[in-house]
Design a protein around this ligand. Structure first.
Ligand code: HEM
Ligand code: HEM
Length: 199
C-alpha cells in the first residue's frame, strides 16, 4: 500500500512554474522587446523575493533549514547517486537544496546586472532612478535619467550570468530526471500536484 503525502505547498509550486516561465521568457527575448524582457526580469526578482521570505515563514518542506545541508551531506548524496543507491529524502535532497541556492543567486545576479545595464546603456530603470535620487534629482515622468555605470562591463556581466543561469537550469533538469529514475518517483508530477507517494 502506498500513501500520498502533501510535500510542496501552493506557493512553492506556483512560484516554481512562474520562475521557469519568466526565466525562459527573459532568456529568449534577449533584451527585445524591452518591455517584455524587463517585465519578465522584474517578475523573476519578485518571485525570488517571495520565495526567500517563504523559506523562513512557510511550511516545513519550504523552509531553507529543511533543505540546506552541510556540503558533506551533498557529497554523500552524490556518491550514493553514482552508486545508484542514493538516500531518499521526502523534501529536497541535499544536492537539490544546493542547486536551489545556486539558481536563486544566479537569477538574482542576472536580473540585477540587467537593471545595471539598462541604467548604463539607456539611463532607464530602477538603478538609474535610484542614482538620480541619490544625486538629489526628482523622479521623472518619462523615466529617462542620466546614464550611470560602464555599459561594456554590465553588458558582459549580464550576458555571462544569463548563460550561467541557463547552464544551472539544464543541470537542474538533468538532476530531476536522474533522481526521478533512481528513486522511482515522478518528481515533476510532485512539483505539479504537490504530492508524493510514500510506501
Ligand atoms: C526553467 C527554469 C527553472 C528554474 C529557474 C527552476 C528553479 C527551481 C527552484 C528554485 C526549485 C526549488 C523549488 C522550491 O522549493 O521553491 C526547483 C525545484 C524543482 N524543479 Fe525546477 N526550475 C526550472 C525548470 C524546471 C523544469 C523544466 C522542470 C521539469 C522538468 C523542473 C522540475 C523541478 C522539480 C521536480 C523540482 C523539485 C525537486 C525536488 O523534488 O527536490 N524545473 N526548480
Ligand atoms: C533573469 C532575468 C534575465 C535574463 C535571463 C536575461 C537575459 C538576457 C540575455 C540573454 C540578453 C542578451 C545578451 C546579449 O547577448 O546581448 C539580455 C539583454 C538585455 N537585458 Fe536581460 N535578462 C534578464 C533580466 C533583465 C532585467 C531585469 C533587465 C532590466 C531591467 C534587463 C535588461 C537587458 C537589456 C537592456 C539588454 C540588452 C538589450 C539590447 O540592447 O540588445 N534584463 N538579457
Amino acid at each position: 500500500m502506498s500513501q500520498s503525502i502533501r510535500v510542496w505547498d501552493i506557493v512553492v509550486r506556483f512560484g516554481h512554474w512562474m520562475l521557469a516561465a519568466l526565466f525562459l521568457t527573459a532568456y529568449f527575448t534577449e533584451g527585445e522587446p524591452a518591455w517584455l524582457h524587463t517585465s519578465a526580469g522584474y517578475g523573476v526578482l519578485i518571485v525570488i523575493a517571495f520565495r526567500i521570505l517563504w523559506g523562513f515563514i512557510g511550511p516545513e518542506h519550504a523552509r531553507f533549514r529543511n533543505f540546506v545541508y552541510p556540503l558533506a551531506d551533498v557529497r554523500a548524496y552524490l556518491q550514493g547517486l553514482l552508486a545508484r543507491q542514493p538516500k531518499h529524502y521526502l523534501g529536497h535532497n541535499p544536492a537539490g537544496g544546493l542547486m536551489i541556492l545556486l539558481l536563486l543567486a544566479a537569477l538574482t545576479g542576472t536580473a540585477g546586472s540587467g537593471m545595471a545595464y539598462f541604467a548604463a546603456e539607456k539611463g532607464r530603470g530602477p538603478v538609474a532612478a535610484a542614482a538620480a535620487l541619490m544625486r538629489g534629482e526628482p523622479l521623472r515622468d518619462d523615466g529617462r535619467y542620466t546614464k550611470v555605470g560602464s555599459k561594456h562591463f554590465w553588458h558582459e556581466t549580464h550576458e555571462i550570468l544569463a548563460n550561467a543561469a541557463l547552464a544551472l537550469v539544464l543541470v537542474h533538469i538533468a538532476g530531476v530526471v536522474v533522481a526521478s529514475a533512481l528513486h522511482r518517483e515522478n518528481l515533476v508530477r510532485a512539483m505539479v500536484t504537490g504530492r508524493k507517494q510514500q510506501p
